[in-house]
Ligand binder design. Structure first.
Ligand code: ATP
Ligand code: MG
Length: 427
């Protein structure tokens, strides 16, 4: 025990649990790579103003959840609370939207910071994998992203992820709806803070989770009934493509996003095994964001999936993601000469793509075999002085207990063959 512990709202990722975390990141990234998304990495902090404008002055993220700091030089920075604004900023800064054909398709993976009330599934430091398709307006793109996320969840073996879908309208139809909603909300019995929200970001009020507010919202006007023709047509296009791809969804006319810049397609992936932190991922179209941060008009769509909550969803379903074995072969040398020979074997195995480990520190054979069993390896390779004299090593199958003598000069090939092409740990 050290004098220190991890700060409130954070946790350490340690083996063996950290393997599931990596597997989730990889499972989300793989479909994106196959669909032509390129990897982007942005700084962990940005100018506060980017998020204030890009995420929205009236959002919880900006008003309550940002970690801000002033540098010694007087620059105001914020730890990134989300990825979209940074990724778009980076794409605009590098002129990616002018250097090739549109859309620019990017994916990212990283840690994000929000000063929230910590609870299960809600942390102050958490991880997301995200994807953005910048500079094109086409229902195929919205559908593509949703399908890629659904495929990622499926590849992990999750069966309880549900997709909620809505359209938030656009510059044409949203203002009239906003006004109708404000008129409705002004007539309700709400607290001071919520009343203020009606004037700044009324759609956010629809997201209120408190039962007494929810009850009053039952008759709220829905954007669905106010969509303009082109938004309707676009939304029908997305719905038809999802259906054709066999991705089930639920129309949720009350689904709004916490971020101001979303237009048209909006969606959330939820999992019912997570208690109140049920959102495992979300996203949508953000046609106005580029202009908000000083760029040209670049209609775009994207999502961010929460890695932490996806791991919790796997746990809730009792699904263990396929994780490569940490060790296939464990080397147990007896004596200095055996240490030299077996360490060379271990190095060669690793170079051949076999996960191999070693009994370090000159342990006795009993302690070494215990370490071998604990490592989860399939085979132990034991080498003593007599074996060296005979030019063999003892290969012990740790599952069956069978042991055979294998010639030293064919040892690596023999082990690789025993483990087979599908061996865990193999690329
Ligand atoms: P919530 O409504 O739960 O606060 P959000 O709308 O703030 O979610 P987004 O900004 O859309 O979430 O982020 C996308 C995903 O990132 C979420 O669906 C969730 O899985 C994850 N996420 C967001 N905030 C946290 C957090 N504080 N801790 C862990 N995961 C988070
Ligand atoms: Mg939130």
């Amino acid at each position: 025990m050290s004098t220190f512990s991890a700060p409130k709202g954070t946790y350490d990722l340690l083996p063996p649990d950290s393997a599931a975390f990596l597997a989730v990141r990889e499972a989300i990234a793989a479909p994106l790579r196959r669909a032509g998304y390129g990897y982007v990495e942005t700084p962990g902090f940005e100018h506060v103003e980017l998020f204030a404008r890009g995420v929205g002055e009236s959002t919880d993220i900006v008003t309550k959840e940002m970690y801000t700091l002033t540098t010694k030089g007087g620059t105001r920075l914020a730890l990134r609370p989300e990825g979209t604004a940074s990724v778009l900023r980076a794409a605009l800064q590098a002129n990616l939207h002018r250097s090739g054909s549109l859309p620019v398709k990017l994916w990212y993976s990283g840690t994000y910071y929000r000063y929230e009330r910590p609870q299960a599934g809600r942390y102050r430091h958490f991880s997301q994998v995200g994807a953005e398709a910048i500079g094109a307006e086409d229902p195929v793109l919205d559908a593509e992203l949703i399908i890629l996320a659904a495929d990622a969840y499926r590849s992990l073996g999750l069966s309880g992820v549900r997709l909620l879908l809505n359209s938030l309208g656009d510059r044409t139809c949203r203002p009239a709806y906003r006004e109708a909603l404000q008129n409705f909300l002004r007539g309700l019995d709400l607290d001071e803070e919520t009343r203020a929200r009606i004037e700044i970001n009324p759609l956010r009020v629809l997201d209120d989770k408190r039962p007494d507010v929810r009850r009053q919202l039952a008759d709220a006007p829905l954007l669905r009934d106010h969509l303009c023709e082109s938004c309707k047509e676009y939304h029908e296009g997305v719905r038809a493509l999802l259906t054709a791809a066999g991705v089930p969804f639920t129309d949720d006319p009350a689904l709004v996003r916490g971020l101001d810049y979303y237009t048209r397609t909006t969606f959330e992936f939820v999992h019912d095994g997570l208690g109140s932190q049920s959102a495992v991922g979300g996203g949508g179209r953000y046609d106005g964001l580029s202009e908000l941060i000083g760029g040209p008009a670049l209609p775009s769509v994207g999502w961010a999936l929460g890695v932490d909550r996806t791991v919790l969803a796997l746990r809730a379903e009792g699904v263990a993601p396929a994780v490569p074995a940490a060790t296939d072969v464990f080397a147990v040398p007896m004596g200095d000469e055996a240490r030299r020979v077996l360490f060379a074997t271990v190095t060669e195995l690793r170079r051949a793509g076999v996960a191999a480990d070693f009994a370090y520190g000159g342990k006795g054979v009993k302690a070494s075999m215990k370490a071998a069993n604990r490592s989860g390896a399939r085979y132990a390779v034991v080498l003593g002085e007599r074996d060296i004299a005979e030019g063999v090593a003892q290969v012990k199958d740790l599952e069956s207990g069978d042991q055979v003598a294998v010639p030293l000069d064919g040892l690596v090939a023999d082990l690789a063959a025993r483990l087979g092409p599908g061996a865990a740990g193999r690329e």
